[in-house]
Design a protein around this ligand. Structure first.
Ligand code: NOJ
Ligand code: CA
Length: 551
């Protein structure tokens, strides 16, 4: 059987600079992260996704790279990286790293050389125009913070294209020399032991805007196949997890026939999940899941509640967006960003209600695919709206009630970003250490959730099917794999309810229900026809097995 390890993975996303400061200078680093691998192993995750840790002027949280072959000196050295990799491997934890090759920082030596000399080989690494293109104000990714997609370089005497901020110049993937360089970057990190890449901004990477005379003009998606081919030649079990928040019709192109990206984030399902949670109705989530295309056997969705960016609601209608804002009682002025999303973590949306938080994570962990956690989610961290843009949700990890939340021994004003120190999400109230000591904490619950998820391969590997119920607030689905079945039932509403699932037509066999995970102890289910009780915001994971009726 194919070793599709990523179908059994629980991925944990780490931003090194805010995770743990090992040398006391106020900035998280590899030394600090390495010291916390035991913690992560104990939590049960088995794959770390490292956000960009490369040298950078850090004007977009490291998504503005100046050297692809090194480690940001603030975070450590390549030696520290290798030590970290070894320690992770010793704990059976794989590592995937962010690959930011749609653009470089404008401070990257390639871009500097490109501007200085039009005859330099680096000039054609980027996308240029003598005149400002007429559509320069269209397709802006950060409205309110970005004015154009073409900016004039005095030095080069031409406009360069940048899909994102003006300090992030887009690379020209039409240039074969550049492509070779990008393969070399992948090869480099693969040699250092990574199990794959989270490919940043995949739809823009393959965008041919401003690029002329390219061999792949016909089918830019083919480039994804080329990347995959290179990856698989170098390391057979390596994967690509692509960030592609695109419309439904485009999704299949990213998977190809199993010869392109193995994993894609479930952006559409995430947005419908948010609408379902806001509306306390299963319908949006059902709609989102039903709309998904069939994907190849080797393909997989990466499911998440929140990521390190804004909570994008761009695929919802304006009235649905407004509905979410008002259901979660959010003041648009404080939280709405880039005309499409919320710069908030999840717990503040539900006012830290433990039932609703657990409901959301129980759902996410049981949806078909592989769960991805953002660090801090396991303890229910909040956000700091006084920080600019998305930095609101990028505050340092809260380890303990010690100064700076145990993140760093530096003076507080030396920290890369302030730790949340007030209110219900402040580090004295909310931190890893105190949650470790409390058996009912979110952290301990999350550990149990992860353990159970790993014991239910059906969710990651199986065929899934939505089970129709007579209660619009209840989302029920089953996953079948290798003759085994798990069923998950979630009550999205605040009132308790009971539902009967139409699972009894299993011929002459009787069905046994085994409770695997639930928000509380429930009466066990004796017969398929028995109603399934659910508390308000309650959930139950059940394994069903069949045995022949005695003759
Ligand atoms: C997507 C990343 O998640 C985001 O943080 C970044 O700003 C853009 N890509 C540009 O790299
Ligand atoms: Ca440090």
């Amino acid at each position: 059987m194919l070793d599709l390890w990523y179908k059994s993975a629980v991925i944990y996303c780490v931003d090194v600079e805010i995770f743990m400061d090992g040398n006391g200078d106020g900035i998280g680093d590899f030394e600090g992260l390495s010291g916390r691998i035991d913690y992560l192993a104990g939590l049960g995750i088995n794959c770390i996704w490292l956000m960009p840790f490369y040298p950078t002027p850090n004007r977009d949280n490291g998504y503005d790279v100046t050297d692809y072959y090194s480690v940001d000196p603030r975070l450590g050295t390549l030696g520290d990286f290798v030590e970290f990799m070894r320690k992770a491997a010793n704990h059976g934890i794989r590592v995937i790293v962010d690959l930011v090759i749609n653009h470089t920082s404008t401070e990257h030596p390639w871009f500097k050389a490109a501007c200085q000399d039009k005859n330099s080989k680096y000039h054609d690494y980027y996308v240029w125009s003598e005149e400002k293109p007429a559509d320069a104000e269209e397709g802006i990714i950060f409205p309110g913070y970005q004015e154009s997609t073409w900016t004039y370089s005095e030095e080069a005497g031409a406009y360069y294209f940048h899909r994102f901020y003006e300090h992030q110049a887009d690379l020209n993937i039409g240039n074969p020399q550049l492509r070779e360089e990008l393969y070399k970057i992948m090869g480099f990190w693969l040699e250092l032991g990574v199990s794959g890449f989270r490919v940043d901004a995949a739809p823009f990477l393959i965008e041919l805007k401003g690029i002329e005379h390219t061999a792949d003009e016909e089918d830019p998606y083919q480039y994804l196949g080329d990347i995959r081919e290179f990856l698989s030649w170098r390391r057979g079990d390596a994967i690509i997890l692509a960030e592609a928040n695109v419309s439904l019709d485009k999704l299949p192109k990213y998977f190809g026939d199993g010869d392109r990206m193995q994993m894609l984030f479930g952006f559409i399902v995430n947005q419908q999940l948010m609408l379902s949670l806001a509306r306390e109705s299963a319908a949006p989530l059902i709609k989102g899941l039903k709309a998904l295309p069939q994907i190849p056997n080797t393909g997989q969705w990466a499911q998440f509640v929140r990521n390190h960016d804004e909570l994008s609601l761009d695929k919802l209608s304006e009235s649905e967006q407004t509905e979410i804002l008002s259901a979660f009682d959010q003041n648009k002025e404080d939280v709405w960003i880039y005309d499409r999303g919320l710069r908030r973590r999840f717990p503040p949306l539900v006012d830290g209600d433990p039932r609703r938080m657990r409901l959301a994570y129980s759902l996410m962990f049981s949806l078909p695919g592989t769960p991805v956690l953002l660090s801090g989610e396991e303890i229910g961290m909040g956000d700091d709206l006084s920080q600019k843009q998305r930095e609101a949700i990028r505050t340092p990890m809260q380890w303990s009630s010690e100064p700076n939340g145990g993140f760093s021994t530096a003076a507080s004003d030396q920290l890369i970003r302030p730790v949340i120190d007030e209110g219900q999400y402040g580090y004295t109230e909310l931190n890893v250490l105190s949650q470790r000591r409390d058996p009912d904490s979110l952290l301990n619950w999350m550990e149990r959730l992860i353990r159970m998820r790993k014991e239910c391969s059906e969710f990651g590997w199986g065929q899934w099917e939505i089970i129709e119920t007579d209660n619009p607030s209840v989302f029920a689905h089953r996953c079948d794999w290798q003759g085994k079945t798990v069923v998950a039932v979630h009550n999205l509403a605040k009132d308790p309810c009971s539902v009967t699932l139409p699972l009894s037509q299993e011929g002459d066999r009787s069905t046994h229900w085994l409770d695997l995970l639930a928000d509380q102890r429930y009466q066990s289910i004796r017969q398929s026809e028995s109603p399934i009780e659910l508390e308000g915001y309650g959930y139950r994971w059940l394994r069903i097995s069949h045995s022949k009726e005695p003759e």
